[in-house]
Design a protein around this ligand. Structure first.
Ligand code: NAI
Length: 332
């Protein structure tokens, strides 16, 4: 039996995690889920947004499935997602972006992976007011983290038969910080000559992505560009409801969708669980349940292809109807 930490999260989080837990159960994978609240729900009950017991559970099991957690804008508590990634040193954020059968999108041949550095950059949370009306945010880039994420990206490319790594940066303006990032990636690229390497300035990369997404393979970038570009890439294949993600450390992995808690549709029973389900398939493959992952993926593809889709994909299925349809296909 697999022991896995489960964080349902806020907003649509409990709806999509319930759906995924149900589908994994229907596929016959034996999992003991250890559930924890985080964010607003934990703050109300336990006085902290990120309970120590949750961190201890992930450290123990080395693996977690996480729903989205709300972060207040401008004021309020700091991001639970960022704190979790920093506490567990989940330095690599991996977001595969591919077309799914039956999902309407502007492009038909997207198959790329965003590799995002996950621990530093402008996400370091180092902000202070210099004088009234003037605020500084510190962008922290270190050689250690840049080299580590570069090694991860090239190793990932090799292991998954990917041909090319593209660094995305703004070193023409941030000559020192993004310059250091690029220097570190170039040094690793020199050691990995079997994988092609190129560089793009982030604004040009965005323009090319929305015109010629098929030109990209593995995209490697610092934290903030990775956050923005991965949402852009989600838009290439049908939106945030269909793109999975993984936060990976040396020996610990937290799987979560790219999307947030979607307060605009929370509680309506219409959230698309596909993104979290695809994240769970990455989790299942990570723990050696390749066969179950394959079966669930086939059932998901057939369900979508049959036209059973949630409203974000132009369909009219509720979360429950979509989930039950996948479970029915699994049982056939
Ligand atoms: P969002 O991703 O929650 O929503 C953006 C739009 O996409 C909304 O219209 C929403 O309805 C739609 N959407 C997202 N996921 C969907 C799904 N599974 N099915 C159908 N439609 C879906 O982004 P937003 O509104 O900027 O953020 C809301 C909250 O989520 C914020 O507090 C933010 O900080 C948090 N957030 C948390 C993340 C995490 O826990 N990893 C990641 C991103 C945002």
């Amino acid at each position: 039996m697999h022991q896995i930490t489960l964080i349902p999260g806020d907003g649509i989080g409990p709806e999509v995690t319930d759906a995924v837990v149900r589908i994994i159960g229907a596929a016959g994978v034996d999992v003991a889920w250890e559930r924890f609240d985080a964010g607003e729900s934990a703050l109300a009950q336990e006085g902290t947004t990120l309970p120590e017991a949750l961190i201890a559970s992930i450290r123990r099991h080395k693996i977690a499935l996480k729903g989205p957690v709300t972060t207040p804008v401008g004021t309020g508590f700091t991001s639970v997602n960022v704190a979790l990634r920093q506490a567990l040193d989940l330095f690599a954020n991996l977001r595969p972006v591919t077309n799914l059968p039956g999902v309407p999108s502007r492009f038909a041949d997207v198959d790329l992976v965003v590799v995002r550095e996950n621990t530093e950059d402008l996400y370091s949370g180092l902000e202070h007011r210099v004088v009234p009306g003037v605020v500084e945010s510190l962008k922290v880039i270190t050689a250690r983290a840049s080299e580590r994420i570069a090694r991860f990206a090239f190793a990932y490319a090799r292991a998954h038969g990917r041909q090319k790594v593209t660094s995305v940066h703004k070193a023409n303006i941030m000559k020192m910080s993004d310059g250091l990032f690029l220097d570190c990636v170039r040094a690793v690229a020199k050691e990995c000559t079997d994988v092609a390497y190129e560089e793009r300035i982030v604004d040009a990369a965005c323009m090319q992505l929305v015109m010629y997404p098929e030109r990209f393979d593995v995209l490697l970038m610092p934290n903030l560009y990775g956050d923005i570009v991965s949402d852009l890439c989600a838009g290439l294949v049908g939106g945030l409801g269909v793109v999975p993600g993984a936060n990976l450390g040396e020996d610990t992995a937290v799987f979560e969708a790219v999307h947030g808690s979607a307060p605009d549709i929370a509680g309506q029973g219409v959230a698309n669980p596909t993104a979290l389900l695809l994240s769970a398939l990455m989790l299942l493959r990570h723990i050696g349940e390749e066969h179950a992952a394959h079966r669930i993926q086939a059932a998901l593809h057939r369900t979508l292809d049959d036209g059973c889709r949630t409203p974000d994909l132009g369909g009219s299925a509720t979360t429950r109807q979509f989930t039950e349809r996948i479970c029915t296909v699994l049982g056939e």
